[in-house]
Ligand binder design. Structure first.
Ligand code: FAD
Ligand code: UDP
Length: 378
């Protein structure tokens, strides 16, 4: 078979690059995916029993400050505007996450909370965000006490469950995704745009790739067909180490065992997401009916049990950001220079802990900077 543009992977990265090629270059695209469905890790579906929209590969809330990405995606979906709020159970109490001034008053007696709040405000200022690793570096005795408390109660247990290592053994960018807010901002994200596609993520991806020049072939693994297919350009959104046949060794990932449980009651928990840094073997429970404010007498909740990724056993969910893995990734990336018609993009191919908006930005930038200029149409 001969195709002009082959896209491997029908997740967000694959869908966006295919859309650009079809609509901007007027060229045909074949997208293949080894899974039986489109949308990659943002695949969701309407539960047939209760009509609740469920996220098959874990909870997804879209958030961005990037106007271009927001405008781009808004062509393909209407939105349910939704400010995400997350609680964590600490010493048996539900507190706000990110830890903020409200959380302080939930876990300490008022006199101690007053003192710590004053210290935080003096040292860092109101409305500032700091990472736990930054707060840990403080010399002030009271703030050191607070840093130890938040580190032990919020970050340590959760991070060991999620990653199998302590927060300081990962790139600081991981724990600083959930900073400490010196304010009463109770939102999980602070981005300008926060929303969930009104008809779900799968429908949104369906709309992105709905073009006469785009064909999709599911249940098709690139490595099974690569010798029988010829392409002018290949856009690869699968794992970079697999593409190069693990020549330098495997890039590690974390996986999840997600258990979905139906309950015969209207609500299971107080809000969409509850984190459990201290208790249980799962990291968080997510109750999906909160996402689109769906009504049902029943409810569906997922519990995430982190696992080491093992080939052929489970799925790649999270790249593990640290120096060692970055060095290995860089070694693979250098091999791309020899391949002038192959482009890598997405969470697996770039081995980056991207959020959805960063994946879209990556695909749009790749298209604008490399493909358009290459073709001389810019
Ligand atoms: P993927 O969605 O992984 O798509 C890659 C596709 O390639 C897959 O469908 C795969 O089957 C296919 N593929 C791989 N190898 C082959 C092959 N050899 N042949 C054929 N097909 C192949 N982001 C947010 O912004 N907000 C959130 O709330 C959020 N929550 C998340 C929660 C969890 C549990 C996880 C794991 C991620 C979350 N993300 C969130 C991140 C988001 O899922 C990713 O940024 C995004 O889905 C990545 O898209 P992608 O296209 O790069 O990768
Ligand atoms: N984290 C934590 N406790 C929490 C929430 C997050 O220790 O209650 C840490 C943990 O290391 C986690 C990281 O912060 O993996 C990023 O959290 P985020 O919610 O962004 O993870 P994701 O939604 O990507 O799984």
């Amino acid at each position: 078979m001969i195709v002009k543009n082959l896209v491997v992977g029908c997740g967000l990265a694959g869908a966006v690059i295919a859309e650009r090629i079809a609509t901007q270059l007027n060229q045909p695209v074949l997208i293949i995916d080894k899974r039986p469905h489109i949308a990659g890790n943002i695949y969701d579906y309407e539960d047939t029993k209760f009509g609740i929209n469920v996220h098959r590969y874990g909870p997804h809330v879209f958030h961005t400050n990037n106007q271009i990405v927001w405008d781009y995606l808004s062509q393909f979906t209407e939105w349910h505007y939704f400010m995400y709020r997350v609680k964590a159970v600490i010493d048996g109490n539900e507190i706000n996450i990110p830890f903020n001034l409200d959380s302080l008053y939930k876990v300490f007696p008022k006199c101690l909370a007053d003192k710590l709040a004053m210290n935080l405000l003096d040292k860092f200022g109101f409305n500032k965000k700091i990472s736990i690793l930054e707060l840990n570096k403080t010399n002030d005795n009271d703030l050191k006490f607070l840093a130890n408390f938040i580190y032990e109660k919020v970050f340590l247990g959760y991070t060991i469950k999620q990653w199998g290592v302590k927060p300081e053994d990962l790139d600081e960018s991981v724990s600083s995704r959930v900073p400490i807010y010196i304010s009463r901002d109770n939102r999980y994200f602070q981005d300008k745009y926060q929303a969930i596609p009104l008809k779900g993520y799968t429908t949104m991806v369906e709309n992105i790739i709905d073009h006469p020049l785009i064909d999709v072939q599911l249940n098709t693994d690139f490595f099974d067909i690569k010798d029988s297919i010829k392409y002018e350009r290949l856009f690869f959104t699968g794992p970079i180490d697999e593409f190069f046949n693990y020549e330098y060794g495997e890039l590690p990932y974390r996986s999840l065992d997600i258990k979905f449980v139906e309950y015969d009651k209207e609500y299971f928990q107080s809000g969409p997401q509850i984190n459990y840094p201290e208790n249980y073997d799962y990291t968080r429970s997510v109750e999906y009916k909160y996402y689109l404010e769906q009504k049902s007498h029943n409810t569906i909740v997922s519990f995430e049990y982190p696992r080491t990724f093992e080939r052929g056993i489970n799925e790649r969910y999270y790249p593990v950001p640290n120096m060692k893995n970055q060095t290995l990734y860089d070694k693979y990336y250098k091999k791309l220079i020899d391949l002038n018609n192959v482009y890598f993009l997405g969470r697996l191919a770039d081995y980056k802990y991207y959020n959805m908006d960063q994946v879209i930005e990556r695909a749009l930038t790749l298209f604008n900077s490399k493909i358009l200029t290459l073709i001389g149409e810019k």
